[in-house]
Each structure stands twice: as structure tokens, then as C-alpha cells.
Design a protein around this ligand. Structure first.
Ligand code: B12
Length: 699
């Protein structure tokens, strides 16, 4: 299945030395590694005609220090297996995940063992290594004694090389010097890195006796923020901690400001930041503002739904060094193209930073950069944006960055042009995976329902913690497991989130409102017709059909021969959130401000999940009582909930019909000209009852 695709697209492939052998699938000995590689080579090059240069063999690395008898001495087998494969197939490449070798050993020892192992693998012919270069001792700087211990372990020399190695490194923890004993400058940087304000102001006063405020900001404080960036990129800090560091920075700068001359400014550059026309996305843009604003940039945040003419006016008023554009949806990415054209027509050429969930590097290269006069930079997140800005605004790195970005974008544009060969148009045909006809489920009524001030306690159980803690607050790993294991970062975040949840109830920080209604419906090809209680058509939606595979279309889930039913709803948890988050942000309470917006958007999603479950019950097919909420969040229930803008119903303009049918204005939700819902923390949905309904991508 995979090999013909590799051939078709000209892809390279990583070939692990694993076969179907039941006892010993993963090859450990050098002989088996070579044998599996030889067999794979034969199959892939002869049978499937994949060029040898596209094969990358992974001879596999096993942990040598966990005490697992199967892997004692396995490191030398990997090195020798690699050497054998490389000399047998010199035109192929090799790859290894290096640090697996040291799994289970003391951290200081791991860095040494990884360094020594990498060195020997490279000498044996390794082409690619997967390794964290920031956690690696370089071979030449490893002391003789430690090198010997590592080599004994890798080659399994001596009576018990694991014990000898572990004993040497066990107590060598990287010692953390208590803050008080550090020199003043290092202490100042440490407050920022730790996001702590305990003693910060006193130390700033002490420093003010010997240095000017601007020098303190640009010196130790900024060094702290640079370290925060480095630790974030090295996965050692999470978003929530970066926000706490920014809070400490903000407090420090606020303390120093009264001592500064009016004209003095600590800026690396000025950025005018905005969410594009038609888009209400606030949370991502605000993160960018906080990160840039506390790393030496002056950020002028123009807010949401900003048309190009406002950006052009801001250019003349503020004379910025760069623009930053944000947007959540694909439509907003298209709006960025229009904005870039308008800026260009106005003769503006300052660097343009762009970002957002639905934006990609490729779209930036082929569509936005192509329309703009100046350099256009895509940032995958706020820290990435900061890193790019720092390179751009430093005379030393600027040219190299611009050259790299332009070359990358040119390559992407060339690739896109080559891939853009016109595809034969396939006429829509009915589903090949025939969707069974089921009896319509009759809903309890066809009235419009308005839910006001739904208790948050009914919604919170449906919160997706992986999204809240992981995606928005940055916790890495499986959140449920980290919480169950009492992971310190997870515990700390739990504290923040739970406090905020309780506050949201007590102080009415969030309110939940919704509208829903069932409609009589009938499918007609790819069109879904909706009828009012008097059987008159009240609206219709046309959905795309998959052009290949199962050729599904959402209308397959609705009867075309008799009256069937679907439900529509809009929910929000966003009323008043933007204003409150803004006020907290201005006070420097960055983590709280961000956490409130994150809780609001995830509560909107949770509300949608909760309301959907309630509709299933009212509709006559309640979930089994024992079905846990985690399973509901994985859509393990009867029926399907989709939203306009999703892959099966991508046409966002259909939101306008939904608006006409449900009138969500009555719960305070407006539709923007980009068909987004204002406030941001809102979700709209179509609900199908068909038991075989499932998620699919139509285009
Ligand atoms: C969480 C989420 C939601 C949340 C919150 C949305 C939000 N404001 O973030 C809720 C549940 C409210 C939601 C609703 C909707 N969503 Co939604 N949502 C997502 C999801 C899963 C993650 C988005 C996210 O991470 N947000 C958090 C913020 C902080 O991240 P961010 O915006 O990406 O910002 C970071 C970077 O992008 C970058 N950045 C952003 N801007 C800038 C600017 C500059 C200058 C720089 C340097 C960097 C930068 O830095 C930020 C911080 O690090 C994505 C899918 C995905 N995996 O990306 C879908 C997604 C964006 N949603 C989608 C859709 C369709 C919708 C709805 C229209 C569905 C509906 N009909 O109800 C609504 C629209 C809401 C509205 N108000 O109109 C689609 C969009 C596709 C499309 N057609 O455009 C996606 C891609 C899902 C999908 N695959 O279909 N959604």
C-alpha cells in the first residue's frame, strides 16, 4: 500500500530494521540488522522500483542502561550493523535516534553517553542523527575518564559497565545555585527566567544605583528573556511559564520607567499588530503582543476586524518597523492576501509578519509574499515570530535571514507551480460505500429554543483538558496522564485553571448562552433542504462530495424520499471576555488574561459537546449511561456534529443561512463580514442522527 505511493510521489523512506519475526521483530544483532536491510532493499528497489538513494535505513538504537538483558551490548551491535549496512549499500542513507541509547541513566550521564555514541556512529557511516543538540556533550570536551566509562558501556566491557557508569554520574545533578548567592546581574536575569517577583523590585533599586534604567532593561533583564526563549525552544518551558516570565519583565520595566527620560525607549523595533478584516480572533494575537511587547518591541495592537485602510493609517501615524497580521480561518488567510495588496499599493514595504491556525508556510509563500512589496515572514507561533524578529532587527543576521526566507519562499512557489497541473474534473456520483437508509428519528419539537445563562457546572465536565492545558497553556505530553501522575507543571496549571473556573462561576466572568432548533429536512443530491413547521422550504445548504474513495457527502446521512430531521445550534461563552482579558493584560496579569480567553474558547467547545449530548437524549437515542465523557469527546456516540468551515462542509458563507434560521443575535452573537462569530468563543453546528455518520474530508 505504502510503497507504490512512495514511488508515485518520489518520496524518500525511512526503513526500520524490523520484520515480522514474532520473537524478535526488532533486529538487535548486527547480522539480523543487515539481513533485514538486505531484504527490504530487494523488495523496495526491485519489486517497487524505488531508487536506492531514497532509502534511509534505521538500524535501531536500544537502551543499554535499563538492565534489560535483551539490550546488554546492543549499542556495539548498532554501530557495527550500521557499518555493515553502509558498506553494503553505500548509495543508501542511514539514520538513528541517538538518545534512546542512554534512556534510564542519570541525566548528566545521558549527555555524555549520547555524545560518545554519536561520535562512534558517525565514524561508522551515520548520515542523519535525531538528537537534541542542546543536550549533548561534544566528544572532544568529554574528559578521558568519562569517555572510557561511556565506551565500556557501549561495548559492554568489564564486569558491570552499567553500574560503574551510573555510579559515576548519579550524584552529578546540575546544581541550582540559590538566587541570593548570585551576582546582582545574574539574579535579575533569574527573576525573569523563573517568572518570579519575590525580591525583584529591591534588586532593581540596588541596580539603579550603579546603572541607567535603559541599560538594566537591555542588559540583565533582556538576557533573562533571551534565556526564556532558548528554554522554550528547548522544550524546557511551556507557554504558561513564558507568560509568567513576561509578567515579571513587565513589572520590572514598570518599576524602571519613572526613572527614565521621556525620550528614552528600549525598543528593538515597533510593530503594528492586528487581526485582519472580518476576523475576531483575539487570543493568538494577544499572545504575540505579550511576547513581543516584553522582549524589547513596542507593539501597537489595533485589535480585531482591522481593515487594510486602518493599517495604512497606522503606518503613517506610528511609523512602525513591521506589521503583524493574525487570523484564525482560511478566509482570513485570503484576507491577508488582499491586505498585502493594499499595503503594496500604498507604497508600504516594511516587513510583514503573518500567523494563525489555518495559515501555512506555503500559503504565505505562494499567495501573501507574492502580493507584497517587502519581506513576508510566516511564524508558526509567537516565540517563533520573536525569533524571526530578533534575527530581522539585528544588523548581523538580517541579510542572512531575508536571503533564507526569500529562497525558501521561491522554492515553495516553484513546487506549488509544478503541483498545480489541472486535475480532471470528476462529476459527483453517489457514495460508493453505500450509506444505509435508516428511519428518521423524530425530534420532540420543531420550536426555536433559547438557553440563557446555562450553569457552567454543567459545561465544565465536557472540557477537553488536552486542548486547554496542552494546546493553549503549552503543557507537553498526555495531559490526563500528567495530571494523574502528579507532574509538577501539570499540578501548577491545574491550580491556575481550577481557581479561574471557580472565579468564573462566582464572579460571573463567563456566561453560557445558546440557541437550537430541529428542522424537517430532505436530501436532494448534494443539497440539503430544510422546511419550516408549515412544510415550506426555509433554507438549503449544498455540500461538496468527495471526489475519490468513498465519495461521501453530508446529504448521504439524510433521507431523500421522505421527511427526515437535522438540528442546528449556536453556542457562546464569550460575552464580555475580550474586554476583561484586555483589562487584565493591561494590568500585566498575562497568564490570567490568556487563561481566561483559553477557558472561554474551550468552554464554548465544551458547551457544544454538552448540548449535542442533550439533543441526542431529547431526540430519543441517549448515550448508554456508562459511556464516559472522554468517549463523548472522541465522538463515540450515535450521529455527527459538524460546523461550517470543517472539511465536510467548508463553505463558511453558509453561516449566513444558519443565522437567518436561528437568529443568534438574540444571545448576543453577531456574524462578521468574514462569516465569523463575534464573540470569539462561539461555535455553530449541524447535527445529524444517522448511526453511520462519521467525519470525513470532502476536498
Ligand atoms: C481551538 C479552536 C477553536 C476554538 C477557539 C478558536 C481560537 N480563537 O483560537 C473555538 C472552539 C471557539 C473554535 C471555533 C471555530 N472554529 Co476552530 N479551531 C480551533 C483549533 C482546534 C485550534 C486553534 C488554536 O490553536 N487556537 C489558539 C491560538 C492561540 O492559536 P493561533 O491562533 O494559531 O495563534 C498562534 C499562532 O498561530 C501564532 N500567530 C497567530 N497570529 C499571529 C500573528 C503574528 C504576527 C505572529 C508572529 C504569530 C501569530 O502565534 C499564536 C500563539 O502562539 C483549530 C485547528 C488547529 N489545530 O489549528 C480549529 C480551526 C481553526 N477552527 C476552524 C473552524 C472552522 C472554526 C469555526 C468556524 C467552526 C464553527 N462553525 O463553529 C469556529 C469559528 C469561531 C468564530 N468565532 O467564528 C477550522 C478553520 C478552517 C477554515 N475553514 O478556516 C480549524 C482549522 C479546524 C479545522 N481543521 O477545520 N475553534
Amino acid at each position: 500500500h505504502v510503497a507504490p505511493m512512495l514511488r508515485r510521489y518520489g518520496a524518500a523512506v525511512v526503513v526500520g530494521c524490523i520484520d515480522e519475526n514474532k520473537q524478535q521483530g526488532m533486529a538487535v544483532s548486527r547480522e539480523r540488522k543487515l539481513a533485514v536491510a538486505e531484504r527490504s532493499y530487494e523488495l523496495l528497489t526491485r519489486k517497487y522500483d524505488i531508487p536506492a538513494r531514497d532509502l534511509i535505513f534505521d538500524p535501531l538504537v536500544f537502551p543499554v542502561g535499563t538492565g534489560d538483558v535483551n539490550y546488554i551490548g546492543s549499542a556495539v551491535e548498532t554501530i557495527e550493523g550500521l557499518r555493515a549496512i553502509k558498506s553494503r549499500f553505500p548509495e543508501c542513507k542511514t539514520i538513528l535516534g541517538i538518545s534512546n541509547v542512554s534512556f534510564g541513566l542519570p541525566p548528566a550521564g545521558r549527555e555524555v553517553l549520547n555524545g560518545v555514541f554519536l561520535y562512534h556512529c558517525t565514524k561508522a557511516g551515520l548520515d542523519y542523527a535525531i538528537i537534541n543538540t542542546e543536550r549533548l556533550e561534544r566528544y572532544p570536551s568529554i574528559p578521558e575518564e568519562e569517555r572510557r566509562l561511556a565506551e565500556d558501556l557501549l561495548e559492554n566491557r568489564g564486569a558491570d559497565p552499567v553500574a560503574a557508569f551510573a555510579a559515576h554520574f548519579r550524584d552529578r545533578v546540575k546544581t541550582v545555585t540559590p538566587r541570593e548567592t548570585l551576582p546582582l546581574d545574574e539574579r535579575l536575569a533569574r527573576y525573569i527566567v523563573e517568572g518570579s517577583r519575590d525580591g525583584l523590585l529591591e534588586d532593581l533599586d540596588a541596580k539603579l544605583r550603579e546603572a541607567a534604567p535603559l541599560a538594566i532593561i537591555n542588559g540583565p533583564l533582556m538576557r533573562g528573556m533571551d534565556e526564556v526563549g532558548r528554554l522554550f525552544n528547548d522544550n524546557q518551558l511551556i507557554v504558561a511559564e513564558v507568560l509568567q516570565s513576561a509578567e515579571a519583565m513587565k513589572a520590572a520595566v514598570a518599576h524602571l520607567e519613572p526613572h527614565m527620560e521621556k525620550a528614552e525607549s528600549a525598543t528593538r523595533g515597533v510593530m503594528v499588530l492586528a487581526t485582519v478584516k472580518g476576523d475576531v480572533h483575539d487570543i493568538g494575537k494577544n499572545l504575540v503582543e505579550i511576547i513581543f511587547g516584553n522582549n524589547g518591541y513596542r507593539v501597537i495592537n489595533l485589535g480585531i476586524k482591522v481593515p487594510p485602510e486602518d493599517l495604512i493609517a497606522a503606518y503613517h501615524t506610528h511609523k512602525p518597523d513591521a506589521f503583524g497580521l493574525s487570523g484564525l480561518l482560511v478566509k482570513s488567510a485570503q484576507q491577508m492576501v488582499v491586505t498585502a495588496q493594499d499595503l503594496k499599493a500604498a507604497g508600504i514595504e516594511i516587513p510583514l509578519f503573518v500567523g494563525g491556525a489555518a495559515l501555512t508556510k506555503k500559503f504565505t509563500a505562494t499567495r501573501i509574499a507574492a502580493e507584497y512589496g517587502g519581506v513576508t515572514l510566516y511564524a508558526k507561533d509567537a516565540m517563533d515570530g520573536l525569533d524571526l524578529a530578533n534575527q530581522l532587527f539585528s544588523a548581523v543576521t538580517r541579510d542572512r535571514l531575508v536571503e533564507r526566507v526569500r529562497a525558501e519562499q521561491a522554492a515553495l512557489a516553484r513546487g506549488a507551480a509544478a503541483a498545480d497541473a489541472p486535475r480532471p474534473a470528476t462529476p459527483p456520483v453517489r457514495a460508493t460505500a453505500v450509506v444505509p437508509r435508516v428511519d428518521p428519528s423524530v425530534p420532540p419539537d420543531l420550536e426555536a429554543h433559547v438557553l440563557r445563562n446555562v450553569p457552567l457546572a454543567q459545561i465544565y465536565p465536557y472540557l477537553n483538558l488536552q486542548m486547554l492545558y496542552g494546546k493553549h497553556l503549552g503543557l507537553r505530553g498526555l495531559v490526563s496522564r500528567l495530571l494523574a501522575d502528579g507532574d509538577p507543571k501539570a499540578r501548577e496549571l491545574h491550580e491556575v485553571v481550577e481557581t479561574l473556573k471557580a472565579e468564573a462561576v462566582r464572579d460571573h466572568l463567563l456566561r453560557a448562552d445558546g440557541v437550537y432548533r430541529w428542522f424537517r429536512a430532505r436530501a436532494e443530491g448534494e443539497t440539503l433542504r430544510l422546511f419550516g413547521p408549515d412544510a415550506r422550504e426555509v433554507g438549503r445548504f449544498t455540500f461538496p462530495r468527495q471526489s475519490a474513495g468513498e465519495r461521501l457527502c453530508l446529504t448521504d446521512y439524510v433521507r431523500d424520499d421522505l421527511d427526515d430531521y437535522i438540528a442546528l445550534f449556536v453556542v457562546t461563552c464569550g460575552i464580555g471576555v475580550r474586554e476583561r482579558a484586555q483589562a487584565w493584560k493591561e494590568q500585566g496579569a498575562y497568564l490570567r488574561s490568556h487563561a481566561l480567553q483559553a477557558l472561554a474558547i474551550e468552554s464554548a467547545e465544551a458547551f457544544a459537546e454538552m448540548l449535542h449530548a442533550r439533543l441526542r437524549t431529547l431526540w430519543g437515542f441517549p448515550d448508554p449511561p456508562e459511556l464516559p465523557i472522554e468517549d463523548k469527546l472522541k465522538a463515540r456516540y450515535r450521529g455527527l456534529r459538524v460546523s461550517f468551515g470543517y472539511p465536510a462542509c467548508p463553505e463558511l458563507a453558509d453561516q449566513a443561512t444558519l443565522w437567518r434560521l436561528l437568529r443568534p443575535e438574540q444571545i448576543g452573537v453577531q456574524l462578521t463580514e468574514g462569516f465569523m462569530m463575534d464573540p470569539e468563543a462561539s461555535v455553530s453546528a449541524l447535527v445529524f442522527h444517522h448511526p453511520a455518520a462519521k467525519y470525513f474530508k470532502a476536498e
